[in-house]
Design a protein around this ligand. Sequence first.
Ligand code: HEC
Length: 115
Amino acid sequence: MNRLTTSFAAITFAVLSSRLSAQAPDGKPLYLKHCRSCHGTTGAPTNQAKREHPDIRALDAEFLSKLSQDSLIAVITNGFEKGDEMKPFKKKMTPQEIEAVARYVKEVLGAPKPK
Ligand code: HEC
């Protein structure tokens, strides 16, 4: 490949990947819309959620480090079984949106807090 072809390929790749990331749903607004009412903005459960579900735990770095991305997606998709504490989200979000929420929860809420 000559120089021109190489830079053309690089530009094409840059344009394509920026398009792709623009299309992927953003997890943050989805989390705030669907999860905040119980799990709080930062993953610390709201007072109301604690009253209604005394065993609700914080979605924090310690807990999330033990929960795989796949289990997280499964919980969001199918709900959390014990009782009907957390309803399934499979009818409210597309699989792509559920994946985006799971990524947001893992990467942002699950980020270790500076000590
Ligand atoms: C109606 C309140 C409510 C909403 C809305 C809700 N949850 Fe939950 N969630 C709960 C309760 C209650 C539990 C069960 C107690 C626990 O284990 O934390 C739970 C459990 C979980 C768990 C832990 C499962 C485990 O293995 O212990 C995760 C992760 C989770 N929720 C993520 C989410 C995400 C992400 C959303 C938004 C898509 C969401 N929840 C929306 C109430 C809710």
